[in-house]
Write a protein that binds this ligand. Sequence first.
Ligand code: GLN
Length: 501
Amino acid sequence: MTILTDLTMLEVKKSLENKDFSAVELTNAYIDNIKKHKDLNCFITETFDRAIDDAKATDDRISKGESLKLLDGIPIAMKDLFCTKGILTTASSKILGNFIPTYESTVSQKLIDVGSVLLGKVALDEFAMGGSTKTSYYGIVKNPYKDKTRPDKILVPGGSSGGSSSAVAAGLALGATATDTGGSVRQPSAFTGIVGIKPTYGRVSRWGCVAFASSLDTCSVMGRNVIDAALMLQAVSGYDEKDSTSFKSDVPNWFDDLQKNSDQSLKGIKIGLPKEYFENISEELMNVIQARINDMKNLGAEFIDISLPSTKYALPVYYIIAPAEASANLARYDGVRFGFRSLNDNKEFESLNDMYIKTRTEGFGEEVKRRLMIGTAVLSSGMYDHYFLKAAKVRRIISNEFADAFSKVDVIMTPTATGGAFAVDDVMSPIDMYMNDVFTVASNLAGVPAISIPAGNDSKTGLPFGMQLIGKMFDESSILRTANIVEKTVAFDNRPSKLFC
Ligand code: GLN
């Protein structure tokens, strides 16, 4: 029997066209799964009535014999950072706990335009700050995977897009939106055995996406395989006059390209292995990555050892620039214009400042406050030159090193994270948590595109490991094409039903 929620987007598209099942039937299968796996806590807001209406519209189009749109009838989840008209948008924060936007973000509008079905809004680390989804005000999100060596432990789905990754991995959505400021689409994809792509900065409009660090925030997508991720990316990419950093160029037809490209060879592709990314990884992870390198060599790829020497500064640079930008962006949550205002035990506030302080103290979580304090500090007059300005200069060096590397290679390959998913109750300091991003932040600082695909499993824990392919500016095509070929060599089964058997 076909389990509808196990099908890929491509299979669903074909089946809908053949009328094997209806979009409403498919949507109901997803709704049933969401209800069955409520304990994963992926969704903050479920939009099931809207989903059924969306699916009916697809079925209508099919019955009228209209040609199907790009994501017609595809049930998706939306990271709760994208403003959705008339639908609660919280950024997983208490401070936006009652915020219902009167407008649609460009990404969510584009997903409406291509006929997708919105199942609901999924959780994230508060304001996308984190790598575990543990900082969501709406409770932790669970990873559907279990660690075989300690099966009693609940694992994190990664972060910040942990609601998106867990939902896609567990079959609660066929695809999801995500955002990636320092790794938030790639690390959670790696932790849950799915595919996540962060496009080039400027490829997808940020308009209507709640801002964290504007020069790094990259609206991104997740799917269960490379073609699904390409389809999602195709749908949301493109110039938008409402975003001044949006890039004016045509969007390549990645989906067609991957479908038509039957050539499974990697001949002529030069892949760079930056030594700095392989220094402190476990033997298990190295074995898995080595196996993929061997596969790729067998397919004709040429590997070249490269160096990105300033990588070691990427993390500290990121943790100066991101909090600095966040402290400016989050200044707007003041209890006046957006969302929550402190009730002050029903007493009068002493002053306007008193209201601001109480609202922000009660409205933001601990990690957000930590970032705001770091950000405010590094921007203060005594520290600006030493921290922010210096970080901005090192960022340029990191960017130049990438440009230099890409004069020698087409694609750079690294692990996505230093290991597999960790447990919710593993003791970690904020710095340990920040170390999670060590392989992902550099591509945000440089603005280059990067994808994470499943590389295989840890032979002891059984958990998935991710591998990352980084591309040149605006060359998503090369990383998608390479990832699509590599995916076929990996014996990785990510049918959701197998996780719960
Ligand atoms: N984990 C990183 C952070 O906490 C990245 C977050 C993201 O990409 N949104 O800042």
